[in-house]
Design a protein around this ligand. Structure first.
Ligand code: AMP
Length: 298
């Protein structure tokens, strides 16, 4: 495994690897996993998929300042380089790209990549500018690595929808591979931000997966349950936890993120629906979701 901090070194290394493969008559398949580090089993699952599908796996670790709002956790975002390197090595990563902020943004960027509509709701509404920062940095990273496949977790379902749309709209020549949410045994979705939680908040945060499980059960088992019924059930469950402060709870189509009619039985909705929540426990904001395919249930 090699660790590179300079964009030019990543390009040079990949050029050499591609050339070596081409000399043997092969096209090198490159898989890419962009992250902000403080790696856990969720990231590891993305790396494992990338390892299986590709000849070479590139992991990037970059806490991207332009996707954080002024009152967010940029300065205290957790970092542990040694642990990250050990996990990357264990998962068979070939190249770790670890740029500094100066390397990625030698001057304030005058160019941004913006995806419209999909970024108006959910996290886009409560974190203005967040997705503009995400799509801009992911575009930059995709131009640096030029992978055949890039791996994104469904944990950030809206991000997955937004990136997929960007790749499609801009004719970027790669495949976006969605990966399922990895959870702790008790249901809490793995997140680098879970480290912020006090033991009491960690316990309270179980309401996220519990409320989603109940919402899913209602959607699947109750014949006439409408999106409004599911929403009410979701909110009621979250509110049973005193430490939980709801940022949003929404039911939308996936991946269009178009609203669903509240009065329609969800079983009659064709395609996938996303039940997404963002909840604060103290100063820590966590997100979780479930994506359901209802048409198969009919
Ligand atoms: P982050 O480092 O939080 O920016 O996440 C990097 C990538 O890992 C994103 O594509 C996330 O969706 C994905 N990811 C984070 N947590 C999980 C999880 N619990 N399960 C699956 N993927 C995850």
């Amino acid at each position: 495994m090699i660790v590179l901090t300079q964009i030019e070194d990543v390009r040079a290394h990949l050029r050499a690897e591609r050339l070596a493969a081409a000399k043997e008559g092969k096209e090198l398949q490159v898989g890419f996993v962009p992250t902000m580090g403080y790696l856990h089993d969720g990231h590891a699952s993305l790396l494992r998929s990338a390892r299986m599908d590709n000849d070479l796996v590139v992991l990037s670790i970059f806490v991207n300042p332009i996707q954080f709002g002024p009152n967010e956790d940029l300065d205290r975002y957790p970092r542990d380089r040694d642990k990250d390197m050990a996990l990357a090595k264990r998962e068979g990563v070939d190249i770790v790209f670890l740029p500094t902020v100066e390397e990625m943004y030698p001057e304030p960027t005058k160019t941004k990549v913006l995806v419209s509509e999909l970024t108006d709701h959910l996290c886009g509404a409560t974190r203005p500018g967040h997705f503009d920062g995400v799509t801009t940095v992911v575009s930059k990273l995709l131009h640096i690595v030029v992978p055949n496949r890039a791996y994104f977790g469904q944990k950030d379902a809206q991000q997955l929808a937004v990136i997929t749309q960007m790749v499609k709209d801009l004719n970027m020549d790669l495949e976006i591979i969605p990966c399922p949410i990895v959870r702790e045994e008790d249901g809490l979705a793995l997140s680098s931000r879970n480290v912020y939680l006090s033991p009491e908040e960690r316990q309270a945060a179980l309401v996220l997966s519990r409320s989603l499980r109940q919402a899913e059960q209602l959607a699947r088992q109750s014949e006439g349950a409408t999106a409004e019924d599911i929403f009410q059930e979701l909110v009621r469950t979250i509110e049973t936890e005193r430490a939980a402060q709801i940022d949003y709870a929404e039911i939308r189509r996936f991946p269009s993120l178009a609203p669903v009619s509240g009065s329609l039985p969800v079983k009659e909705i064709e395609g996938k629906i996303l039940i997404a929540i963002a909840v604060k426990f103290g100063a820590t904001r966590l997100i979780d979701n479930v994506i359901l395919t209802m048409e198969g249930d009919k």
